[in-house]
Design a protein around this ligand. Structure first.
Ligand SMILES: *Cc1c(COP(=O)(O)O)cnc(C)c1O
Length: 499
């Protein structure tokens, strides 16, 4: 047997890391250390610290893939040293990207003729995809305004107030005003009627979401398209639509192929989708597809002649990993339409099981829709004893990460818990989660009863105090009650980020 022994420059033997001095010394945090440490020690120490991160599989806050087949994971590791941008050196990788773009464009019903290839690129995620799509709209609008001799310094985008944060980023970074349609209680997506009313001559596009981050609900892109066609006819404008299909883009085509939300609608000029959400690839990969060449202004495309041949590119950064793109191609050919359909049906089925279990508690109102991204967004029917933030906090003890958050304007008073159902969230995990939610509810109920007892005792004491006209000294119960209510306020104001 070979016993591997690594000797560091300081002469430490680290045949066993835990017998070495490295586990006793504090790790450098702010400045790079002068000396090296053995690789076993570095590996062990970092792995140990990472144990305190949440478990990705139990992270029900995220849409992003947390499980892939080992064969694909191997494929990714095999290509982890390839820089995607070296297209001349890795022409096969570039070819795989182009195949993905074409497959996704066909999935979204892009009007591509037999001898044509689709127009689109891989990105780091939907955020980069949205930046690129937004820039294309802005430039097209500016070019048209300049041609007409009209001012082009006040572009805007119309969206719902439920948009993902990347739209706000786009707006701020690229100086476009975001005009948000406000939500109302019970209606948590963009109302197409109100959106079209907000459109003006400076609107570069209306952004619709296929799968709202907050409730998973699909916005009515068809109605939006029809209303906007009318408005464009009346006004002579030509306001287009972008569909943010970050999660829904890999769900709707399999579960509701008849739903018209994509390039079948004439005003839809570009669509983004996250390969790392229901595209079933580890982060980060996204895609943006344009309807046709005319929708992507030429001046945004850079022709680099860096390492040999001419390569057209349209991305925000230069170097990036190639393995996610290769993994996307693996998933597309490995699963095929059939495989994606089965996985999405399973997610939907498990969402239904969870929904039934949650409804059976009688304590929650379900805000998510059955047709949409497979997730469950629920609010408490009665939040007097405790809030959804308490439930979220308590579920952490079992390892579950279930975020709680308040809705955007004008529905800020609605606080919800959201559970995202991914491929790796099985029926048995759903059942365990239901059992744990029931446990948490029982515990919180018991606490709430305790709080009521305290309140009653305090009230009795106060009225007794008033009877004889003597001001009672602040009791232990009073202090306890104040403390409890301060804690409640803290939790009420707490917002957990969702992605
Ligand atoms: C997740 C998400 C985004 C951002 O996508 P990334 O791939 O994480 O960059 C944008 N829009 C919607 C609707 C999303 O769900």
């Amino acid at each position: 047997m070979v016993l591997s022994r690594a000797i560091s420059s300081a002469g430490d033997s680290v045949a066993c890391t835990f017998a070495s001095r490295y586990v006793r010394e504090e790790l450098p945090r702010y400045r790079m250390p002068e000396q090296s440490i053995p690789k076993e020690a570095a590996y062990q120490i970092i792995t140990d610290e990472l144990m305190l991160d949440g478990n990705p599989r139990l992270n029900l806050a995220s849409f992003v893939t947390t499980w892939m087949e080992p064969e694909c994971a191997k494929l990714m590791m095999d290509s982890v040293n390839k820089n995607y941008v070296d297209m001349d050196e890795y022409p096969v990788t570039t070819e795989l990207q182009n195949r993905c773009v074409n497959m996704i464009a066909h999935l979204f019903n892009a009007p591509i003729k037999e001898d044509e290839t689709a127009i689109g690129v891989s990105t780091v995620g939907s955020s980069e995809a949205i930046m690129l799509a937004g820039l294309a709209f802005k430039r097209k609008w500016q070019n048209k305004r300049k041609e007409q001799g009209k001012p082009c310094d006040k572009p805007n985008i119309v969206t719902g107030a439920n948009v993902q944060v990347c739209w706000e980023k786009f707006a701020r970074y690229f100086e476009v005003e975001l005009k948000e349609v406000k939500l109302t209680e019970g209606y948590y997506v963009m109302d197409p009627l109100k959106a079209v009313e907000m459109v003006d001559e400076n609107t570069i596009c209306v952004a619709a979401i296929l799968g709202s981050t907050l409730t998973g609900e699909y916005e009515d892109v068809k109605l939006l398209n029809d209303l906007l066609v009318e408005k464009n006819k009346e006004t002579g404008w030509n306001v287009p639509i972008h569909v943010d299909a970050a999660s829904g883009g890999f769900i709707a085509p399999f579960l509701q192929p008849e739903l018209e939300w994509d390039f079948r609608l004439p005003l839809v000029k570009s669509i983004n989708v996250s390969g790392h959400k229901y595209g079933l690839v580890y982060p980060g990969v996204g895609w943006v597809i344009w309807r046709s060449k005319d929708d992507l202004p030429d001046e945004l495309i850079f022709h680099i002649n860096y390492l040999g041949t001419d390569q057209p590119t349209f991305t925000l950064n230069f170097s990036k990993g190639a393995s996610q793109i290769i993994a996307q191609y693996y998933q597309l050919i490995r699963l095929g339409f059939e495989g994606y359909k089965h996985i999405m049906e399973n997610c939907k089925g498990n969402a239904a099981i969870l929904r039934e279990g949650i409804e059976a508690t009688g304590r929650f109102k379900v805000l998510s829709k059955e047709d949409g991204v497979p997730l469950l967004a629920i609010s408490l029917k009665d939040s007097t004893g405790f809030t959804v933030f308490d439930i979220s906090e308590n579920l952490r003890r079992f390892g579950w990460i279930v975020p709680a958050y308040t809705m955007p304007a004008d529905a800020e008073h609605v606080a919800v818990l959201r559970v995202v159902i991914r491929e790796d969230f099985s029926r048995s995990l759903a059942q365990r989660l239901i059992a744990d939610i029931n446990k948490v509810l029982r515990e919180l109920d018991a606490h709430a009863v305790h709080a009521v007892k305290i309140t009653t005792a305090v009230a009795t004491q106060a009225s007794e105090g008033m009877d004889d006209g003597v001001v009672t000294k602040k009791s232990v119960l009073d202090t306890e009650k104040e403390f409890a209510s301060a804690c409640m306020d803290l939790l009420k104001n707490k917002k957990t980020g969702v992605c």
